[in-house]
Design a binder for this molecule. Sequence first.
Ligand SMILES: [Zn+2]
Length: 83
Amino acid sequence: MFVIFGLAGSKPEITVSTEYLNCPNCHNQRFWNLIHERTNFSLFFMPVFPIKNKYFKACPICNYGQELSKEKYLELLNKTNGN
Ligand SMILES: [Zn+2]
């Protein structure tokens, strides 16, 4: 039997946060984006399960970003959703 498996990055989930930040790179003040990037283990080009998660917050203008811990990401996401 012929089996194809691999790793595939899926489209990142982007949420506009309620954090109004001054970007240290482009010096614009904007609501930064919260970004969740997933890499999936795939079989026959179908994502089967996620093996790697990465969390960032990033400037929407120049994409300058900072990596976040999962806890911090969820905390910011909860704030954004008004919880
Ligand atoms: Zn920027």
